[in-house]
Design a binder for this molecule. Sequence first.
Ligand code: DAU
Length: 315
Amino acid sequence: MFAKYPDYEIVNLDLLTYAGNLENLKDVESNKNYKFIKGDIADKELVNDLVKDVDAIVNFAAESHVDRSILDSSDFIRTNVVGTHNLLEAAKNNGLKRFHHISTDEVFGHLDPNDPAFNESTPYAPRSPYSASKAASDHLVRAYFHTFGLPITISNCSNNFGPFQFPEKLHGLFITNLIEDKKVPVYGDGLQVRDWLYVEDHCEAIDLILRKGKIGETYCVGGNSEKTNMEIVKKILELLGKGEEMIEYVKDRPGHDRRYAIDFSKIKSELGWESRTSFDEGMKKTVEWHKANVDWWREIKSGAYLEYYNKQYGE
Ligand code: DAU
């Protein structure tokens, strides 16, 4: 955002829980238009105070990892539901010009192989505690538009990948495990399908929606890149020069969603957005970034992260 709009003033409110990391924003920390505040969106007073000085809220804050929501979903309700509600209340009480809510395609449930992709009118049918909490927050955001006229927009994106992603998600976990010569845990048969969206393409879509999106509307943002998990694993193995003996098939995720896919024709026709990074290019960039930033993820893959990893996959 600063590269494109140097005059914007951005306040970053983040509780710095397990996935928050100040290292990720080193590049901007000395920018005079940037302010970091360590705090919780579930803290009503703090949020209300901060919002007095802002024009727009972009709500990226969420507990986002499905496997963690299976182990314990309390934080998901607190941050995703209660936190979003606090932000909405603060936006309403302070007459904000815009509230943009970042959401996920998981609120729509999952698809069979031949089903048409999700779009903005797909009924909500979440199947994990995580996606149920995001669905609840989306409903609240829409309710504040209809009931109070709050100027909202929502985007529902497919699976993101790229630099700085916490290494519990498929790409980061598998790339870093392989660089460390560890096996990669594939859930079930590995034939689940996700629609992979390179993170910078997603950010471009959010910027466009903020500037040109229609108030009260939802936009589905997808990567036009449906792949099975096995295709992802094989691509990573190829890019790192490793063999398939590094794959370990493990117990499937409970309630594992089979397929997600996004029909992004609305944002394409209304706002002219389309993802720009091809699958091969995105995969290459992501693997290269992890090879060049070993210190960043080594630091993360120790300490509290290790505790979670061992709980999830055994010592
Ligand atoms: O669709 C958007 C969603 O994508 C976001 O809303 C979520 O916040 C985000 O976590 C992601 O959800 P997934 O569950 O699809 O992502 P994850 O990276 O956890 O898993 C991707 C696929 O890879 C999924 O089918 C499970 C599988 N998987 C994942 C891990 C971590 C494995 O086979 N082994 C693993 O160790």
